[in-house]
Design a protein around this ligand. Structure first.
Ligand code: PEP
Length: 253
């Protein structure tokens, strides 16, 4: 039985005051649901991670980073390592978010290095995969998602991959207000789970959590999560208001 997981990706939003207020609101509001019935995480900008980790420390809300670098330390100006993230109380790290793939230009190879470093450093990576609108229209959805999954996890044993959460995020649905229908999302989640079973084994594929991301909100969360292979949600815009994010968490309980 996979425990539902709801993670909020704050992207490049909030400031020192509002990040703590939002984290406190989520921690206080999810006191009853988070932890026992659903795992909850928030992923603030790097500079607010420490303050947010402090704000949620007496709750079961976990903290995640939006990115990570694969080297441990040294001359990598501007980058942040797994051990630094662990040091300030991070549990999760997003790897390969579509904005990093398509705005910053991250390749599957780089995503794989980051994900491998996250696991080695004791973090739980969330591997984001998903097709562009043009790729969906061109009939390449499965090919693109299979490549993101295979290359993102390249070189990792089933045991290592058990630390990973996969997030299926069709790029055309991120921040656009367009949501994949529950059927469209379920179809891709089942495809990813079957792929994991072929790459590894049934046991591992059955245990791994696959989140949906793309304009999730309180009004569509329950229906999305009622699908057999949708184990939770990665939430962008709607994670920036405690009330909306808590509504989504409630839908997962
Ligand atoms: C995301 O950034 O991962 C995301 C799913 O964003 P939104 O919910 O705003 O579409």
């Amino acid at each position: 039985m996979r425990k539902p997981f709801v993670a909020g990706n704050w992207k490049m939003n909030t400031d020192s005051r509002s990040s703590v207020a939002l984290a406190t609101g989520v921690a206080e509001g999810s006191v009853e649901s988070a932890g026992q019935n659903v795992d909850v995480a928030v992923c603030p900008p790097f500079v607010y991670l420490r303050a947010v980790a402090g704000a949620v420390s007496s709750s079961s809300v976990a903290v995640g980073a939006q990115d990570i670098y694969f080297e441990e330390k040294g001359a990598f100006t501007g980058e942040i390592s797994a051990s630094m993230l662990k040091d300030i109380g991070c549990t999760y790290a997003l790897c390969g978010h579509s904005e990093r793939r398509h705005v910053i230009g991250e390749t599957d190879e780089l995503v794989n290095k980051k994900l491998t470093a996250a696991i080695a450093g004791g973090l739980l990576p969330i591997l984001c995969v998903g097709e562009l609108q043009s790729e969906r229209e061109g009939g390449q959805t499965e090919e693109v998602v299979a490549r993101h999954v295979k290359e993102g996890l390249a070189g990792l044993s089933a045991e290592k991959v058990s630390a990973v959460t996969v997030a299926y995020e069709p790029v055309w649905a991120i921040g656009t207000g367009l949501t994949a229908t529950p059927d469209q999302a379920q179809q891709m989640h089942a495809f990813i789970r079957k792929l994991l079973s072929d790459l590894y084994d049934n046991k591992m594929a059955d245990a791994i959590r696959i989140l949906y991301g793309g304009s999730a909100k309180p009004g569509n969360a329950a229906e999305l999560m009622s699908q057999g292979d949708i184990d939770g949600l990665l939430v962008g815009g709607a994670s920036l208001k405690a009330e909306d994010f808590l509504g989504i968490i409630q839908a997962a309980v």
